[in-house]
Each structure stands twice: as structure tokens, then as C-alpha cells.
Design a protein. Structure first.
Length: 146
């Protein structure tokens, strides 16, 4: 796996229309020492496993995964950003592989709300403190091809 990849799955971009893109920092170490498979990479691997299970069960995917080398929130544990055309982009922190199921549940909620705003009362409880910031929808424009 490369440190930064435009896509982790093979379906065409047309198949991803209407899906949130979850950018996962694979270099996040949760403040720990350098290691071969840091917690951010472990989170990505767990999300990949869950999305593969969705596909195998014939379910629509919850999100498209993208790995990124750094989201510059190193003091906030594992981080990710979720984005989708026409919705706020949210920077998420305090994540880990143990929260992967809840992250995908959040991605489904995010996609269901017109502006991508999921109020804290609607998020899975484990994600209560995850929001680090948001970026207006007009600034997001998916330019990379999967």
C-alpha cells in the first residue's frame, strides 16, 4: 500500500456517484512511535474489510475509501475526512479500527442528509467527539479518478 493513493478499490468513478469519499490518514500513530502498521493504517484495513463484506452481502457500499499520507491533526488520534459533492467536508479525529463499523454508519447518515450535517444526537455514541472541523461544500470538487 502506498502512503497516498487516489483509490483503494477498482470500480469505475461512475459507480461511486452519490457515495461519500472517506479519506483516511494512514500515517496516524495516535502519538506513538513509528511503526510498520500504524493505527491509521489499521483503521483503513478494517474499513476495507467491512466494505468488502458489504459488497459480498450484495449491499450498496457505505463509502469510497481513499488513503492519504497526513491530514495534519496528529495530536487528535487517527483522522479521516469525509466529503461528497454538495455537502460539507468534515475533518474527523479520535478514530481507530475499533470504531470502523460506527464510521461506516456515520458515512451512511452523512450521505442521507442534504448538507452532510449529522447532528451529534444522530451519530453513533462512540463518535460523539470526532468532529475537528468542516469545510464548505463549494470548496470540494473531486478531481482525482479512482
Amino acid at each position: 500500500m502506498t502512503a497516498e493513493s487516489s483509490s483503494l478499490s477498482s470500480p469505475s468513478q461512475a459507480e461511486h456517484v452519490g457515495l461519500p469519499v472517506l479519506h483516511v490518514c494512514v500515517t496516524c500513530r495516535r502519538g506513538g512511535p513509528a511503526m510498520d502498521c500504524p493505527p491509521g493504517a489499521q483503521l483503513l484495513e478494517r474499513l476495507q474489510t467491512l466494505l468488502a463484506a458489504e459488497q459480498q452481502a450484495g449491499e450498496a457500499p457505505s463509502a469510497v475509501l481513499r488513503s492519504v499520507a497526513c491530514l495534519a491533526a496528529c495530536d487528535r488520534g487517527c483522522t479521516a475526512a469525509i466529503a461528497m459533492e454538495g455537502r460539507w467536508t468534515w475533518l474527523l479525529g479520535h478514530l481507530g479500527a475499533e470504531k470502523a463499523e460506527d464510521i461506516l454508519a456515520y458515512a451512511r447518515l452523512y450521505a442521507a442528509f442534504a448538507k452532510g450535517t449529522v447532528m451529534p444526537s444522530r451519530r453513533p455514541a462512540s463518535l460523539a467527539n470526532m468532529v475537528l472541523g468542516r469545510v464548505p461544500a463549494l470548496l470540494y470538487n473531486e478531481q482525482e479518478e479512482p
